[in-house]
Design a protein around this ligand. Structure first.
Ligand code: ADP
Ligand code: F6P
Length: 468
């Protein structure tokens, strides 16, 4: 029999990627970046899929974490992960910037895989354990797990936006999803708006009463609250003080031809990130002569992501076409204004890129938080650098001293990029000081700490026995 844990993370993915046959490496991505340090501090277990189909692996330990792999068949990867998670929920929760696919076959797979995760968590959790379920791929797990193990303290955190009723109600399985989430004791969101959307929907669709942020359901109280996620500020702050990272940042600028301005985008190649919009703005600035080739270089790092989902394939083609067009029209021999890299990088290389960049361009059309914006800030103790940030990223709530933009407004985007490039060092330092104060105070440890202490703190509200 396996050892049971008093603290469990349940997430779609394990926090590791396989390199070669049997080696593992910590994986990139917002969720992993945020939780790995917490897992290492508390002696817990992490349940998740290891990334390959049709393969059953035994639990193993990596980097101070006990990992319990949950297997997925190739068909489940297609229907639960690529399908319902990333072709239905992802676009629906991101303002339908792509059209969601509604299919009963995909829904069935989602339900079955959620059941498997819940079952595995029920087996791995010790009596009275704290279980923290993560993100949109596993929204049914809280209720399924509660049915199996009513003794557990269950938290859920949604890393992506939670949409308003007008959008959420498109979902044919809207009641089931809401009921799934309501199985938790605490449901966390990135923004207060997500929490209030959830409370309003619980009342409208399920008739559940609430007092402030506490919803009464089946004689229990479920709290809905915002906990804006953050980054490991100290890790990035330390990285960019290392001589080899400073040297690499200088080298990057030299390799780019020492332009006056280095602009940078770092994203998963995802249609929510507004990569096309920022390239269009940059292309127009070159076309109208506001910036000269050689004066500014735009480095766009785009991590490969969800490559078998149709919308992501289309996006890749569109982006690569637009990069080719800008470079074809405005490049000169040996100098391309856009440097596009469809690759993953180490944190050290990313830190050097952040340090080298004068203007960080973060323009999602909708984003739960956006950790890249916060990583950039953590890398600028030199108080240099401008952050151009979409007002539709969760991070915009906290980072008011960024150059805030509406990414749909190409002229506004151009103005913000130019303002970032032309701002005086004094102005940049003033803004960066505010930004760093916020990110250094509200870092990832504080996020996880606040969520977990809220989860472990019982509600003071008396449950209504007849509600639900
Ligand atoms: P999302 O969770 O939607 O991917 P975030 O901006 O919140 O978006 O988080 C992305 C995370 O992935 C950040 O921690 C960032 O450093 C990391 N990341 C993004 N691009 C790369 C890359 N090319 N190589 C390595 N890590 C990356
Ligand atoms: O932040 C949203 C999210 O989907 C996380 O759940 C995940 O870790 C990250 O983006 C990367 O996505 P995927 O696991 O689909 O590659």
């Amino acid at each position: 029999m396996q050892e049971r844990s008093s603290f469990l993370i349940v997430a779609n993915r394990l926090p590791v990627d396989r390199v070669g046959e049997s080696e593992w490496r910590r994986s990139p991505g917002g969720l992993v970046t945020a939780i790995a340090p917490v897992m290492q501090r508390r002696d817990g277990a992490w349940l998740g899929w290891h990334g390959a189909a049709d393969e059953k692996l035994e639990p193993f330990d990596y980097d101070g974490m006990h990992l319990i792999p949950i297997p997925l068949s190739a068909l489940e990867v297609e229907r639960y992960y690529e399908g319902f998670s990333n072709a239905t929920l992802w676009p629906l929760y991101h303002d339908v910037v792509a059209t969601p696919v509604y299919s009963r076959v995909l829904w069935d797979a989602y339900r079955r895989v959620n059941e498997r995760f819940a079952q595995a968590a029920a087996e791995a959790a010790d009596e009275g354990a704290v279980v923290w379920v993560q993100d949109y791929q596993l929204q049914l797990v809280p209720a399924m797990l509660r049915r199996l193990r009513p003794d557990l303290r269950i938290g859920f955190f949604l890393h992506i936006p939670f949409p308003p009723a007008e959008l959420f109600c498109q979902l044919p399985w809207r009641r089931e999803i809401l009921e799934g989430l309501l199985g938790a004791d605490l449901v966390g969101f990135q923004r207060p708006g997500g929490a209030s959307n959830f409370i309003r929907l619980s009342r409208r669709l399920l008739g559940l009463p609430h007092q402030k942020n506490e919803i009464h359901v089946d004689g229990r109280v479920v709290r809905a609250q915002a906990f804006p996620i953050s980054v490991d500020f100290g890790e990035y702050d330390n990285l960019v003080r290392r001589p080899e990272v400073i040297a690499r940042a200088k080298e990057i600028r030299a390799e780019l031809g020492d332009p006056d301005h280095v602009l940078l985008g770092v994203d998963r190649l995802d249609y929510t990130k507004g990569i096309g919009q920022r390239l269009k703005a940059f292309g127009e600035l070159l076309a109208e002569g506001t910036i000269q080739p050689g004066e500014a270089v735009f480095v766009q790092i785009a991590t490969p992501s969800r490559e078998r989902v149709e919308e992501y394939r289309r996006l890749r083609n569109d982006i690569e076409l637009s990069v080719g067009r800008i470079n074809g029209e405005h490049g000169i021999l040996g100098m391309q204004p856009v440097q596009y890299l469809h690759q993953s990088y180490t944190r050290q290389e990313l830190a050097a890129l952040y340090l080298a960049a004068d203007v960080m361009v973060v323009t999602p059309l909708r984003d739960g938080m956006n950790l890249v914006a916060k990583e950039y800030i953590a890398c600028h103790h030199d108080l240099r650098g401008a952050l151009v940030l979409s007002e539709f990223a969760g991070a915009a709530d906290e980072l008011k001293h960024a150059f805030l933009v509406n990414p749909y407004d190409v002229d506004g985007l151009k103005r913000a990029m130019v303002a970032g490039m032309r701002a005086t060092p004094h102005e940049l330092a003033r803004r960066m000081r505010f930004l760093r104060r916020r990110v250094s105070t509200y870092d990832v440890n504080r996020w996880a700490g606040e969520f977990l202490s809220a989860l472990e703190r019982p509600s003071t509200v008396q449950p209504l026995a007849s509600a639900g």
